[in-house]
Each structure stands twice: as structure tokens, then as C-alpha cells.
Design a protein around this ligand. Structure first.
Ligand code: BGC
Length: 777
């Protein structure tokens, strides 16, 4: 009979005997490389193994007792390696196992800027643009570059794993963390996540794709049951993760807080074992979201390797489970082995000598360019660009206090944020000094009156717009060339957004917009609205007041300069929407089922952080975002994929370049710059598949590509490819991805609602692209 080391360990472990007594040469065993892992596992005691799968805990000054479960008392006096990092694993020095340090997050390295005992300097990190802006680039090469800059910064600050990218689907515009996520579409999401992961990991630092899966809102997130069909799960909510695993090969995956169909994701063998490891061949580890799930034994049995941030009661429960057999030694060893495999890749293991001196200046330059390129020009009636030294009246609080990124764990402690007013002056524009002084005074006064942040997460309340008097606006309208009004929004972890005063403009914003628009239009001057927002808002009711609308998203710490670069035309914006802007909130396919409801009789057991037992039903099924609007013929304000440029483009007809019956299907198209400025175009390839009885979205994005900067008259031929799984739908009855026979239209669209031209492909008989193993419940 064959047996392996872990089987040989199981009996002593079950008896509670420490395992290292079996190892003859225990003093010489050290983690040196992959081959050493089985020996190291064999030499570990049960306590050591359990310590490895439970992190070193989280301490947050000022939180009332009882909110966070206490860590292992033995860890209490071990100083933090990187203050402000989100967590770390236990080191086992006698075996050469290092502690791995993990930090948030999607928009850069989240660490504390100030350290006790060190008054010599701050430790700032770059505030990168939010993920939604990055996705609007539709440019995987650019996003990989961002990932590299982030990874390098993490490396230089002693971090081993970045807890990002966030990649949940933006199911509803009110999702509080949408800014941390890429898109309403899984294909774009998956490729963007993979691109960033490749960048981060090329620096020798791990990434963590999160939150796996179906974590699309904040409402009662730790006790939320997401009820979703297997088809919507596979086609929408898991698909992006599947692509990110395939094309990014992340070192780690973070399971989510919620349940799917009744089971916590971190406790779901179907999700973590069968699908992620089995079907997708994922090789890395899974960690919980912070304090996620309730049963550590179920978590380890589901191969959720690492419980973060880890607390004492968990390790005690695991030791007891080893004794009573509800956790086998073999399963524990398999979880431990995963963490050791992560460890040997880490900078900590390689003893990387970080100097706490990342190249913040280099990153700032990348951030400025990436944000400018990725902004989306929603409207432009000959208002932009405006060449310096134009005279511009800047209105709106956020023109003077830019929102670089969202709040919560997706926030970054950055050295500065470049405001739009400063950047415009720097760019050679003439501003009204009186207006600038007045806004500065008003913002200082309002900020001083803001309530102190409460709880773990909080988003500061917005500062209401002050209304300059009519005479002042009229005077400005006479002598300035144009007006810019910035509208700002912020949100973050812990709560979702609201329709009133958030998705919809506030009354004070409408009044300002109207007053400025009337005065400037009466003087034949243009009005430009800049949207400095992290999530989709309503635009249809007020957009006629503006001549141009520039969607700047939350553009990172160089945001003001990036916006100024687009206003001046130094950068021709080439962003396209990664999420639909609906006409009205009621039109959103999930509007009736967001954010779900609390279950009767449920309790948070006195811990507000836990929230109350709740459920949400994804009744719109696969018709999320543009899949819903296009299929049901609902007009939108700005469709998915939409965005203007300062130039124009024409397309050749798409040509199917691959031989019939061969996969992937290869499509080529030539794009020509037909305008008079250099610019980049995003080519979007949608597929309209034959109808099926179960119903299917009218078209779905299946590939995309972006041209280089084309000079006027310049051309580029782009190649796109679509494989059988992209063409397939998920058939619950067959438990398979199925390509139904019939006619497939390969449509080139300038957005999801506007097909430019198409090519047909007949598929004569059914293709089973992939059989799957389990349902998620
Ligand atoms: C968030 C994660 C984050 C973790 C560590 C959790 O509250 O949901 O996204 O990575 O905290 O800060």
C-alpha cells in the first residue's frame, strides 16, 4: 500500500501528539524551496499548523471592546512589521517560515502614513485611480503598467500580498464599493483583473482577487444570503473570476462575506474546491475576507486555507476539531501546504531588502496619464478642448477639493491630491481669484464643522454647494470664456449609496448648475460639467444644461492634472463606459431587488459590524447592466461602452479570418482616424447568438481591443478572438457551457446599443464547450 507523509501524520495528530517528535532530523528541517515543503509540513506541530492557517489578528485603536474578536495573547507584543497593513500570517522561525504581510487594496498600498517612534518622515503611498476608471480605459497594457507600479510600491514597503484587485460585478449603481470594482460586464472585469494581477505579480508580490463571489452590495454584507441561479452565477458572477484565474494566475483569492444560496462562500466546498481548484485548476490559496464566515472547521474543509485576520477562538476550534476528527490531519496539511507555497514566493521569504523608499514620483506620472486617458467624454457640443490661457470660472466644491478615491479599505494614505484649480493654474489657465478665495474659505469653514468619523468605516458627508449670488455669476459669465462645474460623489465600504441626494443630484447642485448655465449661455459661453464620482449617477434630467460632460471618475491623486490635461486637449480622452448610465433608477434591471431585505427575527447579536441576517434575490438573472437594457429595449442616458473623442473613427467591416469550424474564431478589423486630432479608439466586439427557449441577452461583449494613438488619417488593423466558451451559454439542465447551433452575428459596436457593422458565422451543430462538476448552494 502506498501512503504519503500526511497520511502517516494523521494518527499522532488525532491523538494530540505533537508531530515533530517523529522527525529524526528535526533541527535541520527548514523551508528552502518547493521540494522542502512536505518535510516542513511533517515537522510541524499541530499548533504550528493551526497558527499558520489563522492570521495574527487585527487591533484597531479606539474600537469598543467586543466588536473585534481577540487575537492570540501570544501575539500581543509582537510589533507590526508594516504599520497599517491589513494583516499578516504567523512566522515559524524554527522552520524558516516567514510571516507574510498583506495590505489593501485596489487603489494602492494601504498602510499607515505615520509610525510611532518615527517622527522623521511620513510613509505615503500612491493613490491610484479607482478600478472603475481603470476599466474605462479598456486598455489591458495600461492596467498592467498600473499593476507594476503598485506591485513595486508594495515591494518597497515590505508587503508580500496586495489585497486587490476587487472584481465583483457592478450589479446596481448603488453598490457602495462599485468604485473598487471594474464593470457590470464579466468579460471586461476578468481581463482588467488579470491585467492588474500580471502587473503586480511581475514585481514578485502577490495579488488577491476579491471578493469571491457575488458580493455586489454592502447591506448586511456579513449575514447576507445571495440567492442566484446557477446560470447567472456562471455567466455573470463567476465568469470574471474564471478569466482572472486563467489569464492572471493570482497567488491568492479572497472569499467573500456573503452566502450564496445559503452557504457562506468561505465554507463552500463547491465554490472553493470543485469549481476554483477542480474546474479552473487554480493553484494558489484562498483567504477569508476579514472575519468572514462563522465556522473555521467548515472553512478549512472547504479549502479556504487562511482565516484572516485570524483570532484566538478560531485556532482553539481548529485544534479541537483535529482531536474530534471533524478536521482531518490531511485536510489541515493540504491547507498548510498552500500557505507554504505562497510563502516561498514571497519577498519576505526571499529576504527582499526593502528600503521604504518607493518611486512615488514615477508612479504619479503614470497615474496622471492613465487617469487622463481613461476619462469618458459623455457629451461635447464644441465646448472642449479649451486651450490655455483660456479664462475659466470654476464652480463646485469638488473643483477645489477633488475626490481622488473612495473610502474604507479601498482608500490609500497619499501624500497629496492635486485639485483642479491648482492644476488649471499650473496648466496656464486664468481663473477668477475671488472665486478661488471664496471657495477656499467656504470649504475650510464647512470641513471644520463636519462630524468626527465614527465606527470602522465612514464616508464624510458631502459639503453642500454654496450659491454665488446672481450678480457675481453674471459678472463671471461676461468676462470668463467658459464655466466648469464639478459634481462630486463619495462612497465606500460598509454602506450602499442612496437614490435621493446621491444617485440623483441634490437640490443645491441643481440650483448651482441652473444658475451658472443660464448666465453663461446668455453670454454665449460654454458650460462644462466634470463628474468626479465613484459610481453611476443620474444625468438625463440635467444634461441639457451642459455643453460638455467629462466623466473623470475618482481619478487618483493626480486627478486635477489629469482633468486639466483632457480639458486642454493635451490628452484626447479614450475612455469608454464600463457601466451603463440609465435614464432613471427604476430602469436598472436589479432596481426592484436591491439591496434585499432583513429576515424576520434576525439579530446582529449586539455587534453592529455583523449586520442582520438578510437575503437578496438576483431576480434579473443574467440580464445585468446592458444585457438587461438592450434585451428589454430600455433607453439609457449613456450606454455601456459609450464615450466620445476629440477625433472621429471609421471601421472596416469585421472579417472572420479563421477557417470555418476552427476555434477560437479570429476577427480582424481596420480602424481609421477620420478626424483631425490624434486619438485612440476602443473596438468592442459583441456577439448576438441564436435565440434559445431559456432566453438570452440580445448581445454580449466577447472581445475588445484598443488602437495605439492614431494620427489623423492613420489606420490600424486589430485582431480579436473569441473561443467556444465565450460563445456558449450555461445550460443548467446539462450542467455545461453549450454553444447552440445557428447563426452568430459578430457585431462591432461603438457601444452596446449601437452596432456599426457585423459578420455572420454559422455553427452547424451543438458544441459542449465545458462540462462542470457542481452547483453552488
Ligand atoms: C474588506 C476587504 C479588505 C479587508 C482587509 C474587509 O473589510 O472587505 O476588501 O481587503 O477588509 O482590510
Amino acid at each position: 500500500m502506498k501512503y504519503n507523509i500526511s497520511q502517516c501524520l494523521s494518527i499522532p495528530v488525532l491523538l494530540g501528539i505533537t508531530v515533530n517528535t517523529m522527525a529524526q532530523d528535526k533541527n535541520n528541517i527548514r523551508l528552502t524551496d518547493k521540494q522542502s515543503i512536505p518535510r516542513v509540513v511533517a515537522a510541524m506541530t499541530a499548533e504550528e499548523k493551526v497558527s499558520l492557517v489563522t492570521g495574527m489578528g487585527l487591533r484597531i485603536e479606539g474600537l469598543p471592546p467586543g466588536i473585534l474578536p481577540p487575537g492570540d495573547p501570544k501575539d500581543a507584543n509582537i510589533p507590526e512589521k508594516v504599520p497599517g497593513a491589513a494583516g499578516r500570517t504567523h512566522a515559524i522561525p524554527r522552520l524558516g517560515i516567514p510571516s507574510i504581510t498583506l495590505s489593501d487594496g485596489p487603489a494602492g498600498v494601504r498602510i499607515a502614513p505615520f509610525r510611532n517612534n518615527d517622527t522623521t518622515r511620513p510613509y505615503y503611498a500612491t493613490g491610484f485611480p479607482v478600478a472603475t476608471l481603470l476599466a474605462s480605459s479598456w486598455d489591458t497594457a495600461l492596467v498592467t503598467q498600473i499593476g507594476k507600479a503598485m506591485g513595486k510600491e508594495a515591494l518597497e514597503y515590505g508587503i508580500d500580498v496586495i489585497l486587490g484587485p476587487g472584481m465583483n460585478i457592478q450589479r446596481n449603481p448603488l453598490g457602495g464599493r462599485n468604485f473598487e470594482y471594474f464593470s457590470e460586464d464579466p468579460l471586461l472585469t476578468g481581463h482588467m483583473a488579470a491585467a492588474i494581477v500580471r502587473g503586480v505579480q511581475s514585481m514578485g508580490v502577490g495579488a488577491s482577487i476579491k471578493h469571491f463571489a457575488a458580493n455586489n452590495q454592502e447591506f448586511n454584507r456579513m449575514q447576507l444570503n445571495t440567492i442566484v441561479s446557477q446560470r447567472a452565477l456562471r455567466e455573470i458572477y463567476l465568469r470574471g473570476f474564471q478569466l482572472a484565474v486563467k489569464y492572471g494566475q493570482p497567488w491568492t483569492v479572497m472569499s467573500s462575506y456573503n452566502k450564496i444560496n445559503g452557504v457562506y462562500t468561505s465554507e463552500s466546498p463547491a465554490l472553493l474546491k470543485n469549481i476554483l481548484r477542480g474546474e479552473w485548476k487554480y493553484k494558489g490559496i484562498v483567504m477569508t475576507d476579514w472575519f468572514g464566515g462563522t465556522d473555521p472547521v467548515k472553512q478549512l474543509n472547504a479549502y479556504n486555507n487562511l482565516l484572516m485576520p485570524g483570532f484566538y477562538a478560531q485556532s482553539q476550534a481548529l485544534l479541537a476539531a483535529l482531536k474530534d476528527g471533524s478536521l482531518s490531519a490531511q485536510t489541515l496539511d493540504a491547507n498548510v501546504t498552500g500557505i507554504l507555497q505562497l510563502a516561498i514566493q514571497s519577498p519576505a521569504f526571499k529576504k527582499y531588502k526593502y528600503a521604504d523608499k518607493p518611486d512615488l514620483t514615477g508612479s504619479a506620472a503614470i497615474v496622471r496619464r492613465a487617469a487622463a486617458e481613461s476619462m469618458v467624454l459623455l457629451k461635447n457640443d464644441s465646448a472642449l478642448p479649451i486651450a490655455p490661457p483660456g479664462k475659466v470660472a470654476l464652480f463646485g466644491v469638488t473643483s477645489y477639493k477633488l475626490i481622488a478615491g473612495g473610502t474604507g479599505s479601498g482608500d490609500v494614505n497619499k501624500a497629496y491630491v492635486t485639485d483642479l484649480d491648482k492644476a488649471m493654474l499650473q496648466g496656464g489657465y486664468v481663473l477668477d481669484a475671488g472665486l478661488q478665495t471664496e471657495y477656499a474659505r467656504y470649504i475650510a469653514e464647512q470641513t471644520a464643522q463636519q462630524p468626527k468619523p465614527t465606527g470602522l468605516f465612514s464616508t464624510p458627508p458631502p459639503i453642500p454647494e454654496q450659491q454665488p449670488d446672481t450678480d457675481a455669476i453674471n459678472r463671471l459669465a461676461k468676462y470668463m470664456d467658459a464655466a466648469i462645474i464639478t459634481i462630486g460623489r463619495n462612497a465606500g465600504e460598509g454602506s450602499d449609496r442612496k437614490v435621493e441626494d446621491d444617485f440623483l443630484l441634490r437640490e443645491d447642485e441643481r440650483t448651482l448648475l441652473k444658475a451658472v448655465s443660464e448666465a453663461f449661455h446668455a453670454n454665449n459661453k460654454k458650460v462644462i460639467v466634470v463628474l468626479n464620482i465613484g459610481g453611476v449617477i443620474e444625468t438625463a434630467s440635467w444634461r441639457s444644461l451642459a455643453d460638455a460632460i467629462l466623466l473623470a471618475w475618482q481619478p487618483g491623486q493626480e486627478g486635477g492634472s489629469s482633468i486639466a490635461d483632457v480639458i486642454s486637449g493635451n490628452v484626447n480622452p479614450s475612455g469608454r463606459l464600463a457601466a451603463t448610465f440609465p435614464m432613471a433608477y427604476q430602469d436598472v434591471p436589479s432596481a426592484a431587488d436591491f439591496p434585499g431585505k432583513e429576515l424576520p427575527g434576525g439579530s446582529d447579536n449586539g455587534n453592529p459590524l455583523m449586520g442582520k441576517p438578510s437575503e437578496v434575490r438576483y431576480a434579473e438573472d443574467v440580464y445585468v447592466g446592458y444585457r438587461g437594457y438592450t434585451t428589454r429595449n430600455i433607453a439609457t442616458a449613456y450606454p455601456f461602452g459609450y464615450g466620445l473623442s476629440y477625433t472621429t473613427f471609421s471601421y472596416s467591416r469585421p472579417r472572420i479570418a479563421s477557417a470555418p469550424g476552427t476555434y477560437p474564431v479570429r476577427i480582424s478589423v481596420t480602424v481609421t482616424n477620420t478626424g483631425n486630432r490624434p486619438g485612440r479608439e476602443v473596438v468592442q466586439l459583441y456577439v448576438s447568438a441564436p435565440a434559445i427557449a431559456q432566453g438570452r441577452p440580445v448581445r454580449e461583449l466577447k472581445a475588445f481591443a484598443k488602437t495605439a494613438i492614431l494620427p489623423p488619417g492613420g489606420k490600424e488593423t486589430l485582431q480579436l478572438s473569441v473561443n467556444t466558451q465565450d460563445l456558449a451559454w450555461f445550460d443548467e439542465a446539462k450542467m455545461a457551457w453549450v454553444v447552440t447551433p445557428g447563426n452568430y452575428k459578430f457585431e462591432l459596436g461603438s457601444n452596446a446599443a449601437a452596432v456599426i457593422s457585423s459578420a455572420d458565422l454559422k455553427i452547424p451543430k451543438e458544441i459542449i464547450a465545458e462540462k462542470v462538476s457542481v452547483s453552488v448552494k
